[in-house]
Design a protein around this ligand. Structure first.
Ligand code: PMT
Length: 215
């Protein structure tokens, strides 16, 4: 089956040398891409900048910004059966990128930010994706409630929710602890390495895919 995975952070340019970004290392998404490939699927990994090696046998599309990630996803998602959005996409980007490096001319500097495209949120309606749609949710409170809200608003079949306020998991860690938020129930999973967790997630996503496509 064709599977799309997004991973890593996006970088939103302020000027030629500065950008807004976040602490995503890409590990979770890259492990998922490798696990789907290991399970015999054809994987396209769309990734923001990371220091990771591309998993063997995985097709790779590097991007920088949220807009570039949206263009890559919308171009390829039509031929996918499963799409998993593990990327930490910046929610805001500078309204304008300065052509030259900004000078330290004043004591304060105000940046105007505008919303980035909601890639996951546009997969169903704007991109017409009819396969199994899996989002992630990085939350610091009310994990299940906030993830469930995203599940409904973004038309997902499953949200993989992680509490990124917990030490030792989430952003830039080798471990994660997630709750699978389905439309009708939650399934907490024990803390595990991202490598092991990715294999468990792939099994759960494939089971969901088969259940949805048979019903
Ligand atoms: O990369 P690692 O260091 O391994 O860390 C893994 C992780 C913490 C980044 C990962 O497990 C994770 O939680 N990824 C989602 C992070 C996030 O941005 O969550 P969110 O709750 O802000 O976004 C919800 C969903 O919408 C996500 O699937 C996200 O990819 C997607 N999104 C968000 C904003 C946007 N403009 N477009 C999107 O598609």
């Amino acid at each position: 089956m064709n599977v799309l995975v997004t991973a890593g952070p996006t970088r939103e340019p302020i000027d030629p040398v500065r950008f807004l970004s976040n602490r995503s290392s890409g590990k979770m998404g890259y492990e998922l891409a490798a696990a789907f490939q290991h399970a015999g699927h054809t994987v396209l990994l769309v990734s923001g900048p990371t220091t990771l090696d591309v998993p063997d046998g995985v097709d790779f599309l590097p991007v920088e910004t949220a807009t570039e990630m949206q263009e890559a996803v919308s171009h390829h998602i039509g031929r996918m059966r499963i799409a998993v959005f593990a990327a930490a996409v910046a929610d805001y980007t500078p309204a304008a990128k300065a052509a030259e490096k900004l000078k330290k001319s004043s004591d304060t500097l105000t940046l105007e930010l505008v919303k980035t495209p909601d890639i996951l949120g546009s997969a169903r309606m704007a991109m017409g994706f009819t396969g199994t749609l899996v989002g992630f949710a990085a939350e610091t409170e009310k994990l299940s409630a906030h993830a469930r809200d995203k599940l409904v608003r973004k038309g997902c079949d499953l949200i993989v929710a992680n509490d990124v306020s917990k030490p030792g998991i989430g952003f830039d860690s080798n471990f994660n602890e997630v709750t699978l938020v389905y439309p009708d129930h939650d399934a907490p999973m024990p803390r595990a390495s991202k490598h092991d967790l990715a294999h468990q997630l792939v099994q759960a996503i494939l089971e969901l895919h088969h259940t949805l496509r048979q019903s």
